[in-house]
Design a protein around this ligand. Structure first.
Ligand code: NAD
Length: 424
């Protein structure tokens, strides 16, 4: 297994600090006073719950107590919306920053949702399926008073899956009646949207191609490296390969592979589906995550966890374009250094916005009880993404700022407008 993704000089809560830095530039562009800044930064509600669970450890039953959190940041533009993360490092500060990011992302995509995030500090790989189901259902019971179809709608994130969403749907429906719209990212058989599973990666690939165009790089033949081969990384790589890009390296928590002539991404996906990770995949030479990040290539796509590109390893980055498929994979220090070197960063708030946009489409289908086809969903998704991308590019040109500042400025202005229209 590779070393932890974060650099030693950055705390677990670096997300909050990064977010504050990125927002500061947008706040300045908008000329916001302190009271408005505080209003926009504060969470609406933060909850932490205790979830005791009997687990099997070394052949013995013992009670372990897990901590679950949900942060609801802002709902001026619509119900709170955001993923649930099952990971040992889940903690309130990081979740708070990710909840904020969801608010800006929904606003940037111009969909009627606010922002939230949550999770449980647990390594799901250490639990049996039965234990995971019980843990998820107990978490749902404790969150039930504050979630709801028009209140807060969870979705999958790192370490959670359509199956986890199905368990939440079941538990919530016990007391509220059949409520598929309580979560998005469900299995298709239970009202999940065709195309939702691959939507975030599809969107990342679509925006990567647009960003390449702006740099006179043809996506067909572009050399791309992708860190993280879970839902987002795998579907990004698959779509990029369909668009003709050469995916020269991919990796996950257990390490990666490189193949200069292009990895067979479908074979790699099949290997992960069968074996649970890229370990043992023979479609290239072994490579570490650190080596992948410093490969000479046209596009580098961090699609794992936050903080993967930080001040320690930024000097090694040799790609001309970095597309943030993960949330907050580039720390603010590394972001400034990349900018200084002329490396363009397509920020998370724009790059992976396909996830929340597709979630919105699933929610709409559930409310209307009218399913759409996969093509209809991905077609609408591309329209939304193209509009968001073009608007951010236009603002960037107008203001003479970087993409991230332009994206944040646009999103913050939309949220503030909604807050002011509704009144305090
Ligand atoms: P996932 O759990 O499906 O996949 C995560 C991947 O990262 C796995 O391949 C895992 O092995 C790898 N990984 C974990 N730790 C690593 C390490 N230390 N080094 C290298 N690789 C490591 O999660 P996902 O849903 O693909 O989410 C990935 C990122 O994208 C997260 O930041 C998430 O918040 C963000 N995101 C996800 C969605 C979505 O729709 N799933 C939408 C928007 C943003």
């Amino acid at each position: 297994m590779d070393a932890p993704i974060r650099s030693t000089d950055e705390t677990l809560c670096h997300c909050q600090e990064d977010q504050a830095h990125f927002l500061e530039r947008a706040f300045e562009q908008l000329g916001l006073d302190d009271s408005r800044r505080r209003l926009l930064l504060h969470s609406f509600r933060e909850i932490s719950v205790q979830i005791p669970l009997e687990v099997q450890r070394n052949g013995q039953r013992e009670v372990e107590t897990f901590t679950g959190v949900r942060v609801q940041h802002n709902h001026a533009r619509g119900p709170f919306k955001g993923g649930l993360r099952f990971h040992p490092l889940v903690e309130q500060g990081e979740v708070r920053a990710l909840a904020q990011l969801m608010t800006w992302k929904s606003a940037l995509a111009d969909i009627p949702f606010g922002g939230a995030k949550g999770g449980i500090a647990v390594d799901p790989r250490q639990l049996s399926t039965g234990e995971l189901e019980t843990l998820t259902k107990r978490f749902t019971q404790k969150m039930a008073p504050v979630i709801g179809v028009h209140r807060d709608i969870p979705a999958p994130d790192v370490g959670t899956s359509p199956q986890v969403m199905a368990w939440i749907f079941e538990e919530y429906s016990k007391t509220n009646g059949h409520t598929p719209a309580i979560v998005t990212g469900k299995p298709v058989e239970l009202g999940g949207a065709e195309g939702r599973l691959e939507a975030t990666g599809h969107g990342v690939a679509f925006l990567t191609a647009r960003a390449c165009l702006g740099r006179d790089i043809d996506i067909a033949g572009a050399r791309v490296a992708v860190q993280g081969f879970g839902n987002v990384g795998m579907h990004t790589a698959r779509r990029l390969a369909e668009l003709g890009a050469l995916v020269i390296a991919v990796s996950d928590v257990d390490g990666g592979v490189i193949c200069e002539s292009g990895i067979d991404v479908l074979e790699a996906s099949a290997h992960v589906a069968e074996c649970g990770s890229l370990a043992g995949f023979r479609g290239g030479d072994p490579i570490t995550n650190a080596e992948l990040l410093s490969l000479p290539c046209d596009v580098l796509i961090p699609a794992a966890l936050d903080g993967s590109i930080n001040c320690d390893n930024e000097p090694g980055v040799r790609a001309g374009l970095v597309v943030e498929a993960a949330n907050m994979p580039v720390t603010h220090g590394a972001d400034a250094a990349l900018k200084e070197r002329g490396v363009e960063v397509v920020p998370d708030v724009l790059a992976n916005v396909g996830g929340v946009a597709a979630s919105y489409f699933e929610w709409v289908q559930n409310l209307q009880q009218l399913p759409w086809s996969r093509d209809a969903l991905l077609g609408r998704l591309e329209e939304h993404l193209a509009r968001a991308f073009d608007t951010v590019i236009a603002l960037r040109e107008h203001r003479g700022v970087d993409l991230r500042t332009a994206a944040y400025e646009l999103a913050v202005a939309r949220v503030l407008r909604a807050v002011e229209l509704r009144g305090f």
